[in-house]
Structures are given as C-alpha cells and as structure tokens.
Design a protein around this ligand. Structure first.
Ligand code: DON
Length: 304
C-alpha cells in the first residue's frame, strides 16, 4: 500500500476552503487557533510513518483524552467500572444533561462529558496524583516525555466551564460522584488541555491497534479484552450524535475532540490522526472527517 501517495492525494484534494464550519469558541483560548491548519499522520504496524501538513504541530486534544482516562479507569476497576457507566450511544450532544435525570445519574457512555466526569471522579478518588499519573501514562504509550498540559487552555475552560461543573453537581446529587466537585473538574479540564501532535496521537493510539502492547517494545499496557471494549466504544460512541455518520463514512473506531483532532485505528494494521480545527455542528472536525473518509476509500481498508 502506497500510504504516502494516498496522503498526498488527500492533501492535494482538500483544504480548509472546502468546509464551512467554525472553530470552537466556547473555550475562549481555542477560538484563537488558525483555521487553515491541516495535518495528518499514519503510523503502521510495521513501524512506518507517513504524514502531511501540520502533523508535527501541537494542538489541544480535548475529548480525545477521554480514551486515555477510560483506559486508566479500566485498569483500576476492571468490569466493576460498568456499575457506574453504561455503554450505549447517547444520540445526544456531548455536553447534554437531559438523559441523566431519567437514567438515575448513570451516564450513557464514557465519552460524553457526563461519562468522562464520572471517570475523573474515579481517578481522583483512586490515585495519589491523578494529573501526574495521566501524564506518565500518555508519555509512556507515546514514548515521548515532552508531552504537557496547556495551563492556559485548562484555565480558559475553567473560566467558562459552567456546563461541566453543572454536570458534576447534578451527577453528585443523583449519587454517582464520590469526590468534591473542584478536584474532579480541575482534573477534567487538565486532561482536555493536553497538547499533542498528530504524530504523537497516532503513536499513543497504536496500543489500541496492537492488542494493548506498545509496538516498539512489545510491552503490555492493556489486556486484549480491555482493548476490545475500548475499540467497541470508540466505534459506537466516539463521535457522540454523529457516531453513526462516522461509522458510515469512515468505518473505523475513533475519537474526536473540539480542538479539531480525530484519531482512528484499524486493528493490527495502523493508527491515523488528523487535525483541522474547523468543526461541524456536532463538534467534530469537518475536514478531518472528510479526510478520513477519503483515506479508507482510497486504501480500500476499513473494519467493514
Ligand atoms: O468538556 C468540553 O466541553 C471540552 N473540554 C471537550 C469537548 C470535546 O472535545 C467534544 N468533542 N468533540
């Protein structure tokens, strides 16, 4: 497969001029990003790398971080985690509060904000220094100790994070949050502020394409069963109320963030990250989705 030729074709075919969405502005710091940014990176099971554009530029990974914290919570709690969370697509926007009332504070899945905040509660409750342990986890699976939180982005989200603060209070009132609200949202705003490149994200997500092992060292990080479950959740819930559309167009398990990043994997084959900060109305990268649709069409390879 000539991945570089396929990536060059995608880069030639598409640009920010083809899409009409907007960069995220409800987190003030994210509104400052240049809408022209566009990069893509593929990391293959034979350790080859292919890329184009702004693939080595740091951006805010936002909700992509929910896959890392889910992996950490599954390592800690195993199947007991599912007493606190469901595993169904929500069909609602990522920051919705509505289902919690009639579902007794059990979030529909770990990738909507409600679910990620329950996971934050678990990590804050169980870990001595959750922010450092998340950083250590991400640095280890990426093989890159330079990865950092972006404090400016974390503080910017804190200053306008009324919905997430409301979600934690609401779930706590319904009995599914143990810790105090402040440390939970502080951890959550930091995980969302992680700054990574497409290259780093494709390396980090290789553990989900490689049955839980770091490709270069073969070190086991997650059980194959855990990876099966995380990939199933990425496939069914990774794009919120657009999960069906992403499956339909792209056909890979993946996760998006409002920083404009998307990472997707093909089990045993590759991990691919794309970044364009222009979002569609569902909060997913508009150009990123189109680029991944072209990628699985031109390669002729998807999980379907
Ligand atoms: O909690 C929020 O609203 C953001 N920190 C993350 C949301 C997000 O990335 C949704 N993804 N497409």
């Amino acid at each position: 497969m000539d991945y570089q030729h396929i990536l060059d074709t995608i880069h030639d075919e598409m640009s920010y001029r083809d899409v009409t969405g907007k960069v995220a502005s409800y987190i003030p710091e994210l509104a400052k990003i240049d809408r022209k940014k566009f990069g893509m990176h593929v990391y293959c099971g034979d350790q080859q790398h292919f890329c184009f554009g702004d693939s080595k530029e740091l951006f805010s990974i936002q909700s992509i971080s929910k896959v890392f914290t889910l992996a950490m919570a599954m390592k800690l709690l195993g199947e007991d985690l599912w007493d606190r969370l469901a595993v169904e697509p929500s069909g609602d926007p990522f920051n919705s509060l509505t289902q919690l009332e009639y579902e007794s504070g059990i979030p529909r899945n770990p990738f909507i904000n409600a679910g990620a905040l329950v996971i934050s509660d678990i990590l804050v409750d169980q870990l001595e220094d959750p922010k450092q342990e998340l950083l250590d986890f991400v640095r280890k699976i990426t093989g890159d100790s330079s990865i950092q939180y972006d404090e400016t982005v974390a503080n910017s989200e804190k200053s306008t994070g009324y919905r997430n603060i409301a979600l934690v209070n609401y779930i706590k009132a319904l009995g599914n949050i143990k810790c105090d609200v402040e440390p939970i949202v502080d951890f959550y705003f930091h995980q969302c502020s992680l700054a990574m490149t497409c290259e780093q994200l494709s390396k980090a997500f290789m553990i989900f394409a490689n049955k839980g092992r770091i490709l270069e060292t073969n070190e086991k990080i997650l059980k194959p069963k855990t990876v099966k479950r995380i990939n199933a959740l990425m496939q069914t819930c990774g794009f919120y109320d657009e999960a069906g559309e992403f499956s339909f167009q792209v056909g890979l398990p993946g996760k998006s963030g409002v920083g404009g990043g998307i990472v997707a994997i093909h089990p045993d084959n590759y991990s691919v990250a794309v970044w364009s900060p222009i979002l569609n109305e569902k909060g997913n990268s508009e150009l990123g989705m189109k680029a991944l649709e072209r990628f699985t069409t031109l390669t002729g390879v998807s999980v379907f």
